[in-house]
Design a protein. Structure first.
Length: 69
């Protein structure tokens, strides 16, 4: 089940031209973890959400918003 957060993560990742594995390397997590976030199976914890937003060139509130990134 996709969530808005997951959709926003994927859109921001793709806009930056990053693959899941590349983003995972930047964050120190497995590419499968990124996949699970994008699918809404799990969500990043708050500190990781902030690192994720920084890596994607956005903010945590924008990743969480309904309006998208």
């Amino acid at each position: 089940m996709k969530t808005k957060l997951g959709q926003n993560i994927r859109a921001a990742r793709e806009a930056k031209g990053l693959g899941r594995s590349s983003l995972g390397i930047l964050l120190g997590v497995d590419g499968h973890t990124i996949y699970r976030w994008e699918r809404g199976e799990t969500v990043p914890r708050i500190p990781m959400l902030e690192q994720l937003a920084e890596a994607l060139g956005t903010t945590a509130p924008k990743l969480l918003s309904k309006g998208g990134v």
